[in-house]
Design a binder for this molecule. Structure first.
Ligand code: SAM
Length: 282
């Protein structure tokens, strides 16, 4: 008998219309749905007009649930893994299950959809070509500051998840670790009625949350602008100039190579002539 498939299915992070057509199809065809919170998922299924066999897979029982789910797949069943909101495994249960089943050769396939960090990044206006996702910060100040300090020199956008209870303290610790001037985006209640984006310095974001009690309610993504390192672009230019010079010196006399690179880079012809001589070992 052919083995079953584990589908890792993303569900909405607020707006129920964000469920994909494929997610609905996979959920309706699933023999079993492995859910972080079966009552919560039963509500989503009710909204979709579906009634399904549910089993619970949460952070405290995930290890124990690998064996029963493996048996279902051995019996050829289609199993859908969902969390309470968004993409399973992203600050949610599922990693132990997926890694164990994949290591054993079972087919595991994603059904992509909502994910708070991607939704926040896509509309934040911060650089999105390179980013780091840290998930939830530690609950206590000392641990939180220690984690934040790892990102002081980070040049990529850094993304954190945060909850109502800790948002104010997390912002205060960011002020301490990064200083108040670094740019930060607070993305709150995404896809829901009170969706809010606030972009400003860490000081401004902190004041915004302190001054309005409503702004510390709900679910948050914090996106920190990367550190600007002065030396990096200069290093890159020097590297590019050297590379260019070396490539041209293979084909052209020193003077001609230096003249061409000077025209392309704006660096002085004399400096480049001297540099070219050094590179040629003359
Ligand atoms: N698996 C989810 C995902 O794909 O984004 C994340 C689950 S994690 C347990 C919950 C955290 O995600 C929240 O505390 C918040 O930081 C973030 N989050 C989830 N939904 C959100 C929303 N609608 N708006 C802002 N942040 C949200």
């Amino acid at each position: 008998m052919a083995k079953g498939i584990l589908f890792v299915v993303a569900t909405p992070i607020g707006n129920l219309k964000d469920i994909s057509a494929r997610a609905i199809e996979v959920l309706s065809q699933a023999d079993v749905i492995a859910a972080e919170d079966t009552r919560h998922t039963a509500q989503l299924l009710g909204h979709l007009g579906l009634r399904k066999n549910l089993i619970s897979v949460h952070e405290h029982n995930e290890g124990d649930q690998v064996a029963p789910l493996r048996r279902l797949l051995d019996d050829g069943k289609r199993v859908a893994l969902v969390s309470d909101a968004g993409t399973p495994l992203i600050s949610d249960p599922g990693y132990r299950l997926v890694s164990a089943l994949r290591a054993e050769g079972y087919e595991v396939t994603p059904v992509p959809g909502a994910c708070a960090l991607i939704a926040a990044l896509s509309a934040s206006g911060l650089p999105s070509d390179r980013f780091v996702f840290e998930g939830f910060l530690p609950a206590k100040t000392a641990g939180r500051r220690a984690t934040l300090s790892l990102f002081v020199q980070e040049s990529r956008t850094v993304i954190f998840y945060e909850s109502t209870h800790r948002i104010k303290d997390a912002l205060k610790d960011m002020q301490t670790v990064f200083g108040g001037a670094r740019e930060l985006v607070l993305a709150r209640e995404l896809t829901k009625t009170f969706e809010t984006f606030f972009k400003g310095s860490i000081d401004q974001v902190s004041a915004f949350v302190d001054e309005d009690d409503n702004q510390c309610k709900g679910e948050f993504v914090l996106l920190l602008a990367g550190a600007v390192t002065e030396s990096e672009p200069v290093d890159r230019v020097e590297l590019a100039v050297d590379d260019l010079l070396k490539a041209l010196l293979d084909q052209l006399p020193v003077k001609q190579a230096a003249t061409l690179v000077a025209r392309l880079s704006g660096v002085s012809k004399n400096d480049l002539y001297q540099r070219a001589l050094t590179l040629k070992g003359e």
